[in-house]
Design a protein around this ligand. Structure first.
Ligand code: 5GP
Ligand code: SF4
Ligand code: MG
Length: 460
């Protein structure tokens, strides 16, 4: 999901949130929503669909206020329905609260039973709404916004980057491991106004300047008087999702002071060094495989070109919920350049293989276009484990590398050779401390313990 928040009384906060969400559209295409506050009054609009389908000028004009939060949804828990669209708005002793969540809680069973005791009416089925109710529960018991939020956050386990709006100001929160990203930007100077977004591309689009990340286990409170920081969790240990780096976040977003485009290009260089091959042409699966393909070409000396053209007006196929839809989606999306490919030995680069469905169809279409050889290189290791922290990598039995060796996968995909980047290579290429990432979908080594019952729902 994508989350956004802004405190800027003299600006059109609904419109700025709209554009922020527009830039974060790649993080979720199922539903979109904005809630604005004007004093204690809340205005909100949310619906199924893309940001550009859910909002128009007229709707945005009906969302006045000084501060706002917004959300683009990609469902990992709860079904794909309008009631699950965010921000979640709940009532508290101190007024309404609107919350936008990216990530996934792993202790929802326990949290739900704590909330039901207080007779909270859990309308929707999402973990995100539970966080909002948990804060309401603490506030209703007498806490102020900050102490209430902190007590509630301590009851949550899993991945959560949150933007929360209240009549008094907005909060930005990251879980103790900072699994999902969240950045702070500034807008204007006198006085400084603050913006929160999942990624820096959500700041760029409104001309906000990147200030810093919200830290793991940090809560920032943005009000009329500026920004205050609270370290709400003392044993925070950074475990940023490596999948954000290799695939999920936009290539023009900054992480560790460089664009992900640069990181992904280095992954390609690393792959060329780890698994060289003789070929005539290298290309990436658009768009996610392109930066790594450029890097692969630079190091290998193999000519870079385009081999597949993407229809950029269809969404990411993996967002669609059923396998049947996924399979029919692929031909609509990528078309081979037949005359470019004919008779060539090609290297096709992608960021990951999850189910193998996309890859198998792509290889088939390259064969149909008359390639001489197909060598596939993947800029991450085999995905062997499901994600419980908010990326929809499906149940373990759906993951092709969970049960098959690289040789077996190569055979199934009908490629002449297949190589994945090593786990060490992927992490070293970040130039960061290799322990500061979650890479559980490649290892099964989950940084936040997952209750047995939840584990069983996804593991073979
Ligand atoms: P596959 O060959 O596994 O069907 O699809 C691989 C493609 O799916 C890659 O191009 C990759 O960009 C994309 N992908 C990356 N992350 C995810 C994810 O979390 N879920 C799914 N289903 N696909 C993803
Ligand atoms: Fe990211 Fe994989 Fe960890 Fe999920 S399991 S948070 S996708 S690295
Ligand atoms: Mg892709």
């Amino acid at each position: 999901c994508g989350v956004f928040g802004i405190y800027a009384p003299e600006q059109d906060v609904a419109k700025l949130t709209y554009f922020g969400l527009y830039a974060l559209q790649h993080r979720g295409q199922e539903s979109a929503g904005i809630a604005t506050f004007e004093g204690s009054r809340v205005y909100q609009h949310k619906d199924m669909g893309l940001v550009s389908q859910v909002f128009n000028e007229t709707i945005l004009e009906q969302l006045p206020g000084n501060l706002a939060v917004g959300h683009t949804r990609y469902s990992t828990t709860g079904s794909s329905r309008k009631v699950n669209a965010q921000p979640a708005v709940v009532e508290t002793r101190l007024g309404l609260l609107a919350l936008a969540h990216n990530g996934n809680l792993v202790n929802t069973v326990q949290l739900r039973s704590e909330l039901i005791k207080d007779k909270f009416n859990l309308v929707t089925t999402t973990d995100s709404e539970m966080i909002a109710y948990a804060i309401a529960q603490e506030v209703n018991a007498g806490a102020d916004w900050i102490t209430g939020a902190i007590s509630a956050l301590k009851r949550c386990q899993g991945a959560f980057s949150l933007t929360i709006a209240t009549p008094a100001g907005i909060m930005g929160v990251r879980d103790p491991n900072g699994i999902r990203p969240l950045v702070i930007g500034t807008l204007d100077s006198e006085p400084v106004r603050y913006v929160l977004a999942s990624e820096t591309c959500g700041l760029d689009i409104i001309g906000a300047e990147y200030l810093r990340d919200v830290g793991p286990g940090e809560l920032v409170w943005i009000t009329e008087t500026g920004l205050e920081s609270f370290q709400w969790h003392q044993q925070s240990e950074r475990k940023l999702c490596i999948f954000e780096m290799i695939y999920f976040a936009r290539p023009d977003s900054l992480m560790h002071n460089e664009t992900l485009y640069s990181y992904r290009m280095r992954l390609g260089r690393k792959m060329a060094a780890e698994a060289p091959v003789e070929a005539d042409l290298v290309f990436g699966v658009p768009d996610s495989g392109i930066p790594a393909a450029i890097g692969f070409s630079q190091t290998s000396g193999i000519a870079y070109g385009e081999g597949l053209i993407k229809n950029r007006y269809v969404g990411r196929t993996f967002i669609q919920p059923t396998q049947a839809m996924r399979e029919s989606g692929i031909k609509m999306k990528l078309n081979p350049l037949k005359d470019v490919l004919f008779g060539k030995r090609v290297v096709i680069i992608d960021d990951s293989i999850v189910r193998g469905t996309t890859s198998r169809k792509l290889v088939q279409s390259l064969r149909d276009a008359g390639v001489a050889e197909v060598h596939m290189r993947i800029s991450s290791p085999p995905v062997t484990h499901p994600c419980f922290y908010g990326i929809d990598t499906d149940t373990q039995d759906q993951l092709i590398a969970a049960t098959k060796s690289v040789a077996e996968i190569a055979k199934q995909l009908q490629v002449d050779s297949l190589a994945y980047l090593s786990w060490e290579g992927m992490l070293e290429t970040t130039r960061e401390d290799t322990n500061s990432f979650c890479s559980a979908c490649f290892t099964g080594n989950y940084p936040v313990a997952i209750p047995e019952q939840v584990k069983r729902s996804k593991l073979i």
